[in-house]
Structures are given as structure tokens and as C-alpha cells.
Design a protein. Structure first.
Lengths: 332, 243
């Protein structure tokens, strides 16, 4: 919530109120009827009144470390955070407004996190592919696999993460600028760990290419993979186009002229559906159990996210299409 | 502060009683009482079995064999506790309970049962005795709690004996895993090597070593958690003595 006013950054809660004409110096002050609000600052835990203001000053004047992204201002200590766009006049407060401040902890931007967590797998996989020393037995250093499916897998894996990096930079429009700092460690461990684990086996000198249906299996797997990559990209573009630049609006996504988006008829989060499909294809292509594990874990996580997103769509939009499932048509 | 409902807590490592009023229904309570009574009895059987075997043989060695079957049965039966949490009749974390029970089951089956050569080790007796005493106290604690007649002695024992039993059990477990290592390496037990058509490998020997290493961060956390619980629970003694 942007009150040009002060956000007292104590670990205490902070109560703000604002005088009408201080809400934003750039806004036109309305008519002569000046409505005065007062600010009182309370401790979130003990509810002691820490101070009372009838003038508001910028928060970081007092505590520069509590930058805006770390601030969570809410009307209730346990409630949801107010949004940046919220206007004081439209909130259910009287002439004395009471807000509660919570420090969200060190924050890091989504873009930074995404670039790091996707850059790792891209590079790590290539290290295994080129058989950099200290991974496999010394006699294999800098050799390449004799199986063509291994080259194909490297191209697919690299393409996938390159696509993700480019989408992060040019396609995605993020609702929140930041996330808690500790997420980057958690996320990178997950992505980097699995990438290394998969890459180790696929690029291993003793790797066994698909035996069940051989070349045909790899071909079909490649088609599935590419199809889902295009599908996933189409969905990302469609979602981007739902939201004008700089805005944070949320709308129901609908199928567009692109056939890959027609899946919106049946599914709320087709980006996850296509992502699952891509990794399923990759599993089939490499016939590697660690890849299957990665696909399974990703599937579970994406299903949780899809269900959450589906639920919030239903809550937010009365006219949400009833036929849609969260991630798998009719099934899940 | 509202009084925690002790009767419905059933966490392995935490007895921070939830403030919510709803616990298990009447049927679930009856089932849980029976479950806990049966488990208490089972571990008593193991305790008695150990004592008798000792008296008969006159030595501490090889007592495992005399209680092997009830140990496997009742320790494995504890898997039901994960179900209890998942279904909600016990207000504990599924993850925490699962972790606790699975690690016990792992030691019982994947180490002690699978590697015959360690069965005659004294370290096995060390952890089996620790488990036996702990479980007898723990299950009777739950039984009495469910019936709302928890004798202070049991509560005290539950939150005091662990101070010795926990390190004792951990020592026994670690020594047993350590003793199993050479045999696992020699026979390649539970291990998968390359090449194979699923492009996967698993080295049980390395896995066991990593398991042992994991005790280093995990054990202190659990131990100090129990100590904090002890302070909390035994400090409120006056309030709960009568109910």
C-alpha cells in the first residue's frame, strides 16, 4: 500500500493513518473539504500504542533497511497483505486507521531467482555432456557418447532451459516483484540437483539407449517433447497478452487463434500440462529412471500449484467455465 | 492461555497440544485406546522376552533372536500411526511421524534383518532395549491420555527417560549400521550397477554411510526439541495433576 506516508519499520506493527492531502503529493488534492486521518502505530504483538502521528513521513527515512518489498501492511495482524494499488480512502477504516506491519524478511526478485535456477541446469548438463574431468573415469574425459539419442537429449534439455531463460527475460509478467530470499536456495537445490543427477546417467559412458521400442520410441518421444514445448510457449504468450504491460490485472484466460491454446477449454493451467508432457517425452526419449523421478516430482508440485490456481480462479470469477480441470482434462 | 488438550496429543516428538477442541470422535478414541493398549502390551512382551532370555542364557549376547519376531511385528505395526495422522484422528504431522516410524522400520528390516551378521552384535541389544523402554512408556502415556487419567509418573517418565534412552538408542543404531557396512559392500546388497536398461544406479553402502552422517544434524534437533517440550510440559504440572 503506497501511502506516501510513513511505514514505521519496527518489528512492531505499525499503524498508519494519513491525512488526505498527504496521500500523494502528485495527486490533485481534492476540494477544500480536507479530511484528516490520523496515524497510530501499535505493536502487532502487544498492541501497545507506540506513537501517534498526525503527520506522515516516509518510512525509509527512519529505517532504510525496510525497503518496500519487505513491507507487509495489513488491516489485521493475521490477515492478508494490502496491495500496492490499495487506496486508503477505499479501505474500511474510519478517521483513525490502524494498520499492521510485518517484515517479510530479505527479498529477492523473481527474475533473479528464475535466471539462477534455470541457468544452473543449462550449464551443469553441458558439463556432464562434455564429460568434464572428475565426473567419470579419467579415460572418458572430454569424450562424447556414441549414441545419437544422447546428443538429441542434450539439445532438448538445453533448448528447454534456454527457452525458460528467454521467457523469464522477455515473456513473463510477474504479479509480485520479489520472493523471500531463502527460496533461491531451496529452488536451486531442487533444479540443480536433479539436473546433475539426470545428466550424470544420460551422459554416462555406460548409458543404455532405449531398448523397449528403440528408434521409434525416441522419435515419438521427440515429437511429444517438441509439441509440448511449443504448447507451453503458446500458453505463456497467451497469458502475457492477458495482462497489459506494467499492470497486475487478472483475467480468465481463453483459447485464442493458436490451436495450442484450445486446451484452455479443458484445463485451467495448460502451461503445467504441457510442461508435464515435455518431461514425459524426455523420460521416454532417454529411458532413464532419474528423469522419471524428476517428472513425477514435478508433476506432483505442478498439480498442487494448478489446484491452487484453479481454486483462486473459481473464487475470483463468478463466471468461470465449469468444464475446466486444474491440470489434466477431466481427471485432475 | 487456554489449557492444551493433552488427551488428544499423540505426536512422536512433540507434545505441544493443539488448542483446537475437536479431537477424535468416540469411535476413533476407542480404536486408539485399543491400539495403544495393544502396543504397550506388545513392547512389554518384548521386554519380558529379553529379561527371560538373559536369565536363561546368563549373558547379554545374542538376545535379539529371542525377541526377533515380536520386535518385527510391533515395530512394523507402528506404521499405522502414519495412517492415524493422515486420517486426522491424531493431531500430529504426517511427515514427522512418518519420518520417525520409517527410520525405525528401516533399521529393523533393512539393516538388522537383512544383514544377518549384525544380529549377534551387542549394539542391537543397545537400541532394542532403548526402544523397548521408550515405547512402553510412550504407548501407556497415550493410553492414559486418551482416557483422561494420566498419572504424573508416566508423564514424567515420558519426558525424562529420553534424556538417557535417546542417546543410547542412537548409539546402538549407529554402531549397528557401522557393523553392517563391510557385509553390504562385499555382497552388494540392495545395490544396482550400470549398465542397465533403466540407466539407474544405487549403492546401498554409500546410502548407509549418508544415513549415518544424517544423524549429525538430525539427532541434536530432535533431542533439544524434546528437552524444550520437557520444560514446557513439566512446568505446567500443577494445572494438570488432577485431570
Amino acid at each position: 500500500m503506497k501511502l506516501n506516508g510513513a511505514f514505521w519499520p519496527s518489528s512492531k506493527t505499525l499503524c498508519l493513518a494519513q491525512t488526505h492531502h498527504l496521500s500523494s503529493p502528485r495527486e490533485h488534492t481534492l476540494s477544500q473539504a480536507v479530511v484528516f486521518f490520523e496515524v497510530e502505530i501499535l505493536d502487532a504483538k502487544t498492541k501497545d500504542k507506540l506513537c501517534f502521528l498526525d503527520k506522515v513521513r516516509p518510512l525509509h527515512k527512519y529505517y532504510p533497511q525496510w525497503y518496500a518489498a519487505r513491507q507487509s501492511i495489513r488491516l489485521d495482524p493475521k490477515g492478508k497483505s494490502l496491495k500496492d494499488e490499495d487506496v486508503l480512502q477505499h479501505l474500511p477504516v474510519g478517521t483513525t486507521a490502524t494498520f499492521y506491519f510485518r517484515d517479510l524478511g530479505a527479498q529477492i526478485s523473481w527474475v533473479t531467482v528464475f535466471l539462477t535456477e534455470y541457468g544452473g541446469p543449462l550449464l551443469l548438463y553441458l558439463m556432464f555432456y562434455f564429460r568434464v574431468p572428475f565426473i567419470y573415469a579419467p579415460k572418458y574425459d572430454f569424450t562424447t557418447s556414441k549414441h545419437w539419442v544422447v546428443h538429441l537429449a542434450c539439445m532438448c534439455h538445453s533448448f528447454h532451459y534456454l527457452k525458460r531463460l528467454l521467457e523469464t527475460l522477455f515473456v513473463h509478467r510477474f504479479s509480485h516483484g520479489t520472493m523471500p530470499l531463502r527460496n533461491i536456495f531451496k529452488n536451486c537445490t531442487y533444479y540443480w540437483g536433479f539436473a546433475a543427477w539426470m545428466a550424470y546417467y544420460i551422459n554416462h559412458p555406460l548409458y543404455t539407449p532405449p531398448t523397449i521400442y528403440g528408434e521409434q520410441q525416441v522419435r515419438i518421444a521427440l515429437i511429444i517433447f517438441l509439441f509440448c514445448q511449443v504448447g507451453n510457449f503458446s500458453i505463456h504468450i497467451a497469458l502475457r497478452n492477458l495482462r497489459p504491460p506494467g499492470s497486475k490485472t487478472r483475467k480468465i484466460p481463453y483459447p485464442t487463434k493458436n490451436p495450442f491454446t484450445w486446451i484452455f477449454l479443458l484445463v485451467s493451467c495448460p502451461n503445467y500440462t504441457y510442461e508435464l508432457g515435455s518431461w514425459f517425452g524426455f523420460t521416454l526419449m532417454t529411458q532413464c529412471l532419474p528423469v522419471a523421478f524428476f517428472t513425477a516430482v514435478g508433476f506432483i508440485q505442478m498439480t498442487v500449484w494448478a489446484k491452487g490456481k484453479h481454486r483462486s480462479y473459481l473464487k475470483e470469477f463468478r463466471d468461470y467455465p465449469p468444464l475446466r480441470s486444474p491440470i489434466l482434462p477431466f481427471v485432475l | 492461555m487456554s489449557a492444551p488438550a493433552i488427551g488428544t496429543t499423540k505426536t512422536a516428538h512433540s507434545d505441544v497440544a493443539p488448542k483446537k477442541k475437536r479431537g477424535p470422535g468416540a469411535l476413533a478414541t476407542a480404536y486408539l485406546v485399543i491400539y495403544n493398549v495393544v502396543m504397550t502390551a506388545g513392547w512389554l512382551v518384548i521386554a519380558v522376552g529379553l529379561v527371560r532370555a538373559y536369565l536363561v542364557r546368563g549373558s547379554y549376547h545374542g538376545l535379539y533372536f529371542s525377541i526377533e519376531k515380536p520386535l518385527k511385528f510391533f515395530q512394523t505395526g507402528a506404521l499405522l500411526e502414519i495412517l492415524h495422522c493422515a486420517v486426522g484422528i491424531v493431531p500430529s504431522s504426517v511427515v514427522l511421524t512418518g519420518f520417525q516410524v520409517l527410520s525405525r522400520v528401516f533399521l529393523t528390516w533393512a539393516v538388522t534383518h537383512s544383514v544377518r551378521e549384525v544380529q549377534s552384535e551387542d549394539s542391537v541389544l543397545l537400541f532394542v532395549s532403548a526402544w523397548t523402554i521408550t515405547e512402553i512408556i510412550r504407548y501407556s502415556f497415550y493410553t492414559f491420555s486418551l482416557l483422561n487419567h494420566l498419572p504424573y509418573l508416566i508423564k514424567w517418565a515420558r519426558y525424562t527417560f529420553f534424556l538417557v534412552l535417546y542417546p543410547m538408542g542412537v548409539t546402538g543404531e549407529l554402531l549397528t549400521i557401522y557393523a553392517a557396512l563391510p557385509y553390504v559392500q562385499k555382497t552388494g546388497l540392495y545395490s544396482v550397477t550400470l549398465p542397465n536398461k533403466y540407466n539407474f544406479s544405487f549403492d546401498y553402502y554409500t546410502f548407509l554411510i549418508l544415513t549415518m552422517v544424517s544423524y549429525i544434524p538430525l539427532f541434536p534437533q530432535l533431542y533439544f526439541h524434546m528437552m524444550r517440550q520437557r520444560k514446557k510440559v513439566l512446568a505446567h504440572v500443577e494445572e494438570y495433576k488432577t485431570e
